[in-house]
Design a protein around this ligand. Structure first.
Ligand code: ZN
Length: 329
């Protein structure tokens, strides 16, 4: 079944497509900004063409006559925020210059499509890929590369709606940005925030670049804008208190990772230790701590570029395989 979403109006001219289910890999929040003069933009796209078509059909129903979605602001270059752009006719894709460079680290969509379907479910990686990614269809996906890139900050207007973009130091990925709408006090944060709420438990955050101090600084920068409606990359819409709660999560993971690093515990064992401690039992996908703790260790060790995503996912899958004794399909 294709995850879909009604459009939820979060402020005047600002709408949210937030797929159900909201937890699991690849189900990101997407925004629609509509100016009264008909100019419109997306903030991020769904992961595949089927979900993106749902978002597009619903978006068009809210446009005034002659309106057009001419731009996509991409918070970062992970496929679950970018790969749906090819359902739009000739969009301008806006991203940081680092995000454009990050695309080379991601697998090609059709390569990933074939890898998921061709993988052996008797192996941890094949089991994990099929369990979490087989619902997506990238058989015809073309990556639309950013055509307007910037370094630092960029002030945009979507018709009559001002949008402030600020690029961030490496955090969730290299090349993250936050989009802030000062008139509506709405911030789209991308994946520097993975939200959870008591009624909507959410998943563990995953950070490919780090260090976590940069992710925490990004959250604090979002709060400093004065935003009252904070739309995370994944999970429910937050008020400022929710962002402060998420900072507490990030500080805990950072501090435990540093303690275990100081004690000489290898990165993968440190991730297993945090998972066993189960400090946040309501959060799903605890195996993502393998990635986040690994990023923090690379920072502490002064190492450079992150390892390839597929190699990292093999470790994630191994840990998930160990956690899931019953191997639910
Ligand atoms: Zn994401």
């Amino acid at each position: 079944m294709i995850p879909t979403s009604p459009l939820l109006t979060v402020a005047d001219g600002v709408h949210l497509w937030s797929p159900t289910p909201s937890t699991g890999w690849g189900l990101a929040n997407c925004g629609l900004i509509v100016s009264p003069d008909g100019a419109a933009a997306w903030v991020d796209t769904p992961y595949d063409r089927h979900m993106a078509q749902d978002f597009l059909d619903r978006s068009r129903s809210l446009l005034p006559a002659g309106g057009r979605i001419g731009r996509v602001i991409v918070t970062h270059a992970n496929g679950d925020h970018l790969w749906g752009a090819d359902v739009l006719p000739d969009p301008e894709i806006v991203a940081t210059r680092e995000a454009l460079g990050h695309i080379a680290y991601e697998p090609e969509p059709r390569q990933l499509h074939a890898m998921v379907r061709g993988s052996d479910p008797a192996t941890p990686l094949g089991w994990y890929l099929q369990r979490h990614f087989q619902r997506f269809d990238w058989s015809a996906t073309q990556v639309v590369e950013p055509s307007l890139t910037f370094v630092g900050e960029l002030d945009l207007r979507i018709g009559q709606v001002p949008v402030e973009l600020f690029g961030l130091p490496p955090a969730h990925t290299t090349g993250d940005l936050v989009a802030y709408l000062p008139q509506q006090k709405v911030a789209f944060t991308g994946d520097v925030i993975f939200a959870s709420a008591p009624q909507d438990p959410g998943d563990h955050a995953v950070h490919w670049a780090g260090p976590l101090s940069n992710v925490i600084a990004a959250c604090e920068r979002v709060l400093a804008t004065g935003a009252q409606v904070i739309i995370p990359g994944h999970g429910p819409v937050l008020a400022p208190e929710g962002v402060r709660g998420h900072i507490g999560y990030l500080e805990h993971v950072r501090d435990r990772a540093h303690q275990l690093h100081t004690a000489g515990v290898p990165a993968l064992e440190a991730a297993r230790t945090l998972i066993a401690e189960n400090t946040f039992p309501s959060l799903g996908l605890p195996e993502r701590l393998v990635i986040t703790v690994g990023s923090e260790y690379r920072y502490l060790n002064g190492a450079g570029e992150p390892p390839a995503i597929v190699a990292t996912m093999a470790d994630v899958a191994q840990v998930a395989w160990e956690l899931d004794e019953g191997r639910t399909p």
